[in-house]
Design a binder for this molecule. Structure first.
Ligand SMILES: [Zn+2]
Length: 369
């Protein structure tokens, strides 16, 4: 902002205070026109986010008579440099973080993002994101145990006095029914293969299909259904706080299906493109929506342990965060800078909505600047 803009801004701000006082209105709540969208890709490694396809890993998954160069994943995603490979894997994400946002966590340029929890698997990771600090003594399994603390999603609904449908979580993993809320039903949560109560024929179709097209994992639905239901809720209920939690980047990795892991990244990238494009066409969302994309944990670094994660797989603590928000002027890949942790996400999301998370969570990470 240059000086002339600053004085104009100050003048307008004073005018608003004056008119507010004359009309006897209380000044608008900070963040009253803002929206926030959180997106997670379960177990999405920094190696693929910043480097795209890893040739060694793809080669290690092939049978002796299979040629690397003949693999569809190779022809689709391979390129000589890591910059070209990541562009091929997630072209929209790279467009977004270059022109309207930024991304942190590329260790090759000294940008570090790590987990603060010491467990490096899903529930502890999501708890750190939604609570702003680790609770390793209490949250130490992926069992569907009710979150012992109020999440940032619930707190935003309460502080902004929002109707229930204005804060919503759509997740592929059923355990989000327990993770997303301390008080069941305080926000909208639809997770796993869970029916959606709607008279809308599109929703009823998706609802039927999600149960028919079951993936090979218990308690999980395909990300396609999660995304379609989230988009429908976005269009109909116009939430101010939306969380979409994708899962297939983790599931296919556990199964050793590197080709389908890459496919999941690329598909989620197309979802991001569709979501951002829709938001830009809506006056109440365009220029007023803050997007944060991240993961709950990394995974092993080598061709022997990329499938897994946790304390025994070194590298699982290395993660990344992408931003698209008018509050952050940085563009492209963070180079150097302070080391971040995912415990800063709750305070960052709350801050974008005008809420100070650290005021009653002194142990939580501070907002990312
Ligand atoms: Zn996992």
């Amino acid at each position: 902002m240059n000086k002339r803009h600053v004085s104009l801004f100050v003048a307008l701000a004073c005018l608003c205070c004056v008119t507010g006082r004359i009309n006897g209105q209380t000044p608008a709540t900070p963040g009253a026109t803002e929206n926030v969208i959180l997106i997670t890709l379960d177990g999405a490694r920094i190696q693929e986010i910043f480097g795209g396809l890893n040739e060694d890993i793809l080669a290690s998954t092939l049978k002796e008579d299979q040629k690397l160069e003949a693999q569809p994943a190779y022809t689709r995603f391979w390129a000589p440099t890591r910059e070209e490979r990541r562009q091929k894997l997630m072209p929209f994400l790279w467009q977004l973080v270059t022109t309207e946002g930024s991304i942190a966590g590329d260790r090759s340029v000294e940008s570090v993002v790590q987990l603060r929890n010491r467990l490096w698997f899903s529930y502890p990771g999501y708890a750190e994101i939604l609570l702003g600090e680790p609770h390793d003594e209490e949250i130490k399994s992926n069992d569907p145990l009710r979150n012992p603390y109020t999440t940032v999603l619930e707190r935003l609904r309460e502080r902004l006095a929002l109707p229930r449908e204005k804060v919503a979580t759509f997740a592929s993993w059923s355990v989000f029914n327990a993770i997303a809320e301390h008080v069941e039903g305080s926000t909208v949560v639809n997770a796993g293969i869970e029916p959606v109560d709607s008279p809308d024929p599109d929703v009823r179709l998706i609802d039927g299909l999600q149960g028919e097209a079951k993936p090979p994992w218990a308690g999980i639905r395909h990300d396609a259904f999660t995304f379609r239901l989230a988009m429908h809720h976005l269009m109909v209920a116009r939430p101010r706080v939306l969380y979409i939690a994708f899962d297939e980047t983790d599931d296919w990795a556990h199964d050793g299906r590197y080709d389908l892991v890459l496919d999941a990244y690329a598909r989620i990238d197309s979802y991001l493109r569709e979501l951002w494009g829709w938001l830009q066409a809506q006056p109440e969302y365009r220029g007023h929506t803050h997007l944060l994309i991240t993961t709950d944990h990394g995974r092993g670094k080598t061709r022997d342990d990329w499938r897994t994660h946790g304390q025994k797989a070194a590298g699982s603590e290395d993660v990344w965060i992408a931003f698209a928000s008018g509050r952050l002027s940085q563009r492209g890949v963070w180079k150097g800078g302070p080391a971040l942790t995912t415990s800063q996400i709750a305070a960052t999301l709350a801050g974008w909505m005008g809420v100070d998370w650290n005021a009653d969570h002194p142990g939580a990470g501070r907002p990312i600047q």
